[in-house]
Design a protein around this ligand. Structure first.
Ligand code: GAR
Length: 203
């Protein structure tokens, strides 16, 4: 159907530079088969919420503490997704692991960006800056980012796209994180979102 778009929800916890890359990609037409309809944060102070509001995107904050249990937290997210008719869930720096019960409800409809070349430096405990600290501590010469479908295994779902980034001798976790974002994450996340949305609307 011409003009049909997949509805996207982006789940965030922090600064939201990947959310910004998605917003900019939609504005530029890099994402043309989907539209960001909702941003959900598990952190009320996340700067990502301001980015969404500036772009005129509806936001919601969901707090495990307030809802009392992991089950109630995930149920609230599910309710928001269904109220907004969401077709694709994008985890963009969402620092909470979703249960098998949740991931099984959305097969091939959740994607995540991870700041390493999976299967290196991934799984439980590998998030944010820790991933880059581990890569530097190991001494790898190449790292990068991965976008993958989310299943019940943390960082274990089918890979959609990857991009390599060379490590420099004087890198710190912070300089490496910035370069991996700029050269890899902010490119492959929007490109993967477009690829999956195009598949969803052609289903
Ligand atoms: C990004 O580097 C993302 O890949 C990482 O957190 C950062 C969030 O930054 N995600 C993970 O480590 C998930 N395992 P952002 O809020 O600026 O997009």
């Amino acid at each position: 159907m011409p003009g049909k778009k997949a509805k996207i929800a982006v789940l965030v916890s922090g600064g939201g530079t990947n959310l910004q890359a998605l917003i900019d990609a939609e504005a530029k037409g890099v994402i043309k088969s989907g539209e960001i309809a909702l941003v959900i944060s598990n952190n009320p102070g996340a700067y990502a919420l301001e980015r969404a509001q500036k772009a005129g995107i509806e936001t919601a904050v969901v707090l495990k503490k307030e809802l009392g249990s992991a089950e109630a937290f995930e149920q609230r997210i599910k309710d928001l997704l269904s109220e907004h008719g969401i077709d694709l869930i994008i985890l963009a720096g969402f620092m909470s692991i979703l249960s098998e019960n949740f991931t099984k409800a959305y097969p091939r409809r959740i994607i995540n960006v991870h700041p390493s070349l999976i299967p290196s430096f991934c799984g439980k405990g590998f998030y944010g800056l820790h991933v880059h600290e581990a890569a530097l501590a190991y001494g790898v010469k190449v790292t990068g980012a991965t976008v993958h479908f989310v299943n019940e295994v943390p960082d274990g779902g089918e890979i959609i796209m990857q991009k390599a980034v060379a490590i420099r001798e004087n890198d710190t976790p912070e300089t490496l994180q910035k370069r991996v974002m700029r050269l890899a994450e902010w490119k492959i996340l929007p490109a993967s979102a477009e690829k999956v949305c195009a598949e969803i609307i052609s289903d």
